[in-house]
Structures are given as structure tokens and as C-alpha cells.
Design a protein around this ligand. Structure first.
Ligand SMILES: [Zn+2]
Length: 231
């Protein structure tokens, strides 16, 4: 899917409140990152830039219809940046495994743990969600789906999603429909709400009371706060 914008600039901004911010055709980057760019062994800025570039499509060309799908933009940018960096740097999924994934596990042990997708009343509610759940756990869920349906079907589903909803908004249901079409299997059960048990041994949509575990070939993404408990 071609880049939806005619050009892309990066501006380093002193005192920017975030490390990076994407708007169509422009990335604002924190000026403090310049120091890290001089270290050839430091891949952090490269990974950040690919994350923000991914937002040209996920967040720019197609954006979430409502804030409960914030993870779609952020988890997708995280997943795609690590995938894109595989050939360009030290294995980003290894870094993810020992750096980011533990943060997601830690967040899932906290009282505010949430499924990666659950209803929110406002943007503030979505942004208040623990970032490791939105970014790291969300990326893990997408990677897990890739293991389930294969990377080709995963990526063809993303292309179909961008083609079908480009220039507008979309929801998790829309994306799951594209993945289902390209995987030739119904994935609504993967994404739909369901109860989970502490002992089921699957890493998937996780509720307030059911912590993530590590061994799974199928995940479940969406839920509502407090809806999933032992049982
Ligand atoms: Zn982002």
C-alpha cells in the first residue's frame, strides 16, 4: 500500500513532551534523541522512527473509530516497527522478549490490568490505560495471530484493511473481518469477548483478574473491565 502522503519530514523539537509524535507527513521527535543517534550500537532511535513511520498508515491513513481501539494504532506500529527492523538491526524481537514483554507481564499483574481492547468513555480513559498493555501486550497479540494464521495472511489482511478503510476510521471488527477473509477462517472467536480462566494456559485478551500466561497458539483480544474472571 503506497504511502498516503507526498513526503515525510522529521523535526527534532526541544522539550517535546513525548519521544515522538506522528502527524500526517511529519514526525516530531524529542531533541534528546539526537545524542543516541551518534551511537552505532544503539537501535532505539531507528526503532522509534519506524514506529512513527508505521503511523502514516495505522493512525494516519486509517485511524481508530473510537478510543477503545487506540491499541490498534499503537500495537500495530509496535509490531510493524519490530518486524521492519529485523533485517536492519539486532533482532528486535529478541529485544522485545527481554525488555518489552516483561513490562506487559508486569502491567498485567497490576490492579488496573485490562484487555487490549475494552470500552472506554473518553480519550482520557484510553490514554490512562497502562502503556505496556496498549503497546507491548497489543503487539504480542498481533504476533500471536501471525503464528496462528501465518504472516502472509496477517499482512494481506492489513493491506486489505488499508485499502478498504483508507481515508477514514475503522474498528477492531473491521480489521478482524479483513484478517478472516485473507486467512479463510472466521476469527471473530479470536477477537470476541469470552471468559478466561487462570489455568487455561493461554496468552490472550486478559481481564482485571486473569493474568497473562505464556503458552498459547490462539488469543482472545476484546473484553470489558471485570468481565473475565476465574471460572
Ligand atoms: Zn505510536
Amino acid at each position: 500500500v503506497p504511502c498516503p502522503y507526498p513526503k515525510y519530514d522529521i523535526a527534532f523539537v526541544p522539550g517535546l513532551s513525548a519521544l515522538g509524535v506522528s502527524i500526517p507527513g511529519l514526525m516530531l521527535a524529542n531533541e534528546s534523541l539526537l545524542a543516541r543517534m551518534s551511537d552505532p550500537d544503539d537501535d532505539f532511535v531507528a526503532n522509534l522512527v519506524t514506529h512513527e513511520v508505521a503511523h502514516l498508515w495505522f493512525g494516519g491513513q486509517v485511524s481508530m473509530r473510537w478510543w477503545d481501539d487506540l491499541w490498534l494504532d499503537e500495537a500495530m506500529a509496535t509490531y510493524l516497527s519490530d518486524t521492519a527492523d529485523v533485517d536492519a538491526s539486532t533482532d528486535p524481537w529478541t529485544v522485545y522478549g527481554y525488555l518489552e514483554k516483561p513490562r506487559a507481564y508486569a502491567a498485567d499483574e497490576m490492579p488496573g490490568r485490562q484487555p487490549v481492547s475494552s470500552p472506554v468513555a473518553s480519550a482520557a480513559d484510553a490514554l490512562f490505560r497502562l502503556p505496556p498493555l496498549t503497546y507491548s501486550k497489543g503487539a504480542a497479540v498481533i504476533r500471536q495471530l501471525g503464528a496462528l494464521i501465518g504472516p502472509d495472511a496477517l499482512h494481506r489482511g492489513l493491506s486489505e484493511y488499508l485499502r478498504r478503510f483508507g481515508g477514514g476510521g475503522a474498528s477492531l471488527d473491521d480489521l478482524v473481518a479483513c484478517w478472516s477473509q485473507c486467512a479463510d477462517r472466521d476469527l471473530t472467536g479470536w477477537a470476541g469477548p469470552r471468559r478466561v480462566t487462570r489455568s487455561s494456559g493461554r496468552w490472550r485478551r486478559v481481564s482485571r483478574r486473569a493474568p497473562m500466561t505464556t503458552d498459547s497458539s490462539i488469543g482472545c483480544v476484546r473484553g470489558w473491565p471485570g468481565s473475565c474472571g476465574p471460572g
